[in-house]
Design a protein around this ligand. Structure first.
Ligand code: THU
Length: 131
């Protein structure tokens, strides 16, 4: 099995662990460091809906809180007919920690895949250079 297929499997595996009693819309993520370490993320909802955390941000916050800051790949999976489209907040978080050219693989049901980059998902991004 290729490394990428393993990352896709990790993101899909997260779908069963997502805590989504309100939306019933699980999302899974697999964030890969430059050293090849993997952080799995899933969405975690709350009765106070606005406190819900997306799968991608769960993965980033797990990794960054463990001291990681160098990432090489992100896979995001959903039970969607087209490859899942990450929300704007998560695109902004990606732009904080990833190089613009970093690949992001979007996965839907039936193995549909879309290959993007961080910059492709968030053109003309707001970064620390704008401050
Ligand atoms: N969600 C994610 O986890 N990631 C995204 O990029 C899109 C949205 C979650 C948030 C909420 O738990 C559910 O999907 C429905 O919006």
């Amino acid at each position: 099995m290729t490394a990428k297929q393993e990352w896709i499997d990790v993101a899909i595996d997260a779908l069963d662990k997502a805590y989504v009693p309100y939306s019933h819309f699980p999302v899974g993520a697999c964030l890969v460091t430059k050293e090849g370490k993997i952080y799995q993320g899933l969405n975690i909802e709350n009765a106070s809906y606005g406190l819900s955390n997306c799968a991608e941000r769960t993965a980033f916050f797990k990794a960054v809180s463990e001291g990681e800051k160098e990432f090489s790949h992100l896979v995001i999976a959903g039970h969607t007919s087209r490859p899942i489209s990450p929300c704007g907040a998560c695109r902004q978080v990606m732009s904080e920690f990833c190089e613009p050219s970093m690949p992001v693989t979007l996965v839907g049901d039936n193995g549909v895949l879309k290959e993007m980059t961080v910059e492709g998902l968030l053109p003309y991004m707001f970064t620390e250079e704008d401050l």
